[in-house]
Design a protein around this ligand. Structure first.
Ligand code: GLN
Length: 282
């Protein structure tokens, strides 16, 4: 009989390996828990109810290999190929931005704006995984949502998420911002465009290193795509329609000014869950 390479590893022992993630992760506890859930095919509550349970050999090997990828810096969302956003389990790939909890503020504001509208037409520009469009579409079955992205592999991923979540009122299309929207008019246009300054040192840290630059970075200190969307959006809005944008914590004043200059009224901003100015609208 041969001895197993790692004998008697309990859930508690596996959780204690969080220490190996201190250098790469701000959330080592959550990371080890998510990796263990994946290997055991159990919910998080199981880990805390059965800490003394032993992993079998296949589970140990899988756990150690996933943990090694995380130690190398790979984002949890890429290792699991999944990220929850607004209660929706979304497939994620290295072709897209990993949905952020802060973007849920944009969904909240969109739903507030739509509260008085019947069957509103909505556009989500640069949809990525489809996170925003699918969250709005699943909350508002009467809405007609168009979700667009420039990259065909991203469009395919958003469509895969749409089908998996059975959200039938979202249509995913390929478009370079408004290029495929001729003749269409919307009550609400939303976007979380790339808005990071190419010089931002934050691009060399953590998960963003594994995300596509095309989803993160824009010229003109990160403002180029925000300005171009603000410039074009009025041509695609219904009377009384609104534009709602995510932006960097220090870009709110510039976005509000650009909205006013383009003729938007009732311009305002709101903070994200971290207390940073994150969304603006008009
Ligand atoms: N909020 C993200 C970050 O700072 C960037 C998202 C984006 O560029 N749209 O990592």
């Amino acid at each position: 009989m041969t001895a197993s390479p790692v004998a008697n590893l309990t859930i508690a022992d596996a959780m204690a390996m969080r220490e190996r993630l201190r250098k790469v992760s701000d959330t080592p506890d959550l990371d080890v828990a998510l990796l263990l859930c994946e290997c055991l095919a159990k919910p998080r509550s199981y880990l805390y109810s059965w800490p003394e349970r032993e992993l079998d050999l296949a589970q140990i090997q899988r756990y150690l290999s996933l943990l090694a990828r995380r130690i190398d810096g790979e984002p949890i969302a890429h290792i699991l190929a999944r990220r929850d956003f607004w209660s929706l389990p979304l497939a994620v790939s290295p072709a897209t931005l990993i949905p952020r909890p802060d973007t849920e503020c944009l969904v909240e504001r969109a739903l507030e704006m739509l509260a008085e509208q019947d069957s509103p037409a909505i556009l989500d520009l640069g949809t990525g995984t489809g996170a925003i469009a699918l969250a709005i579409g699943s909350e508002r079955a009467d809405a007609q949502v168009v979700a667009s992205d420039f990259f065909p592999e991203v469009v395919a991923l958003a469509e895969q998420n749409r089908i998996a979540l059975a959200v039938s009122n979202v249509r995913v299309i390929c478009s370079n911002w408004f290029s495929s929207m001729k003749g269409l008019r919307f009550k609400l246009i939303v976007s979380n465009p790339p808005y990071i300054d190419p010089q931002d040192p934050h691009l060399d840290e953590g998960d963003v290193r594994f995300e596509p630059r095309s989803a993160l970075v824009a010229g003109n200190k990160g403002m180029a795509d925000l300005f171009s969307i603000i410039g074009e959006a009025p041509n695609f809005l219904l009377p009384g329609g609104e534009l709602l944008l995510e932006h960097g914590f220090d870009q709110g004043a510039l976005v509000r000014q650009a909205l006013r200059d383009r003729g938007f009224v009732s311009v305002a901003s709101r903070n994200d869950y971290g207390g940073n100015e994150r969304i603006s609208w008009g």
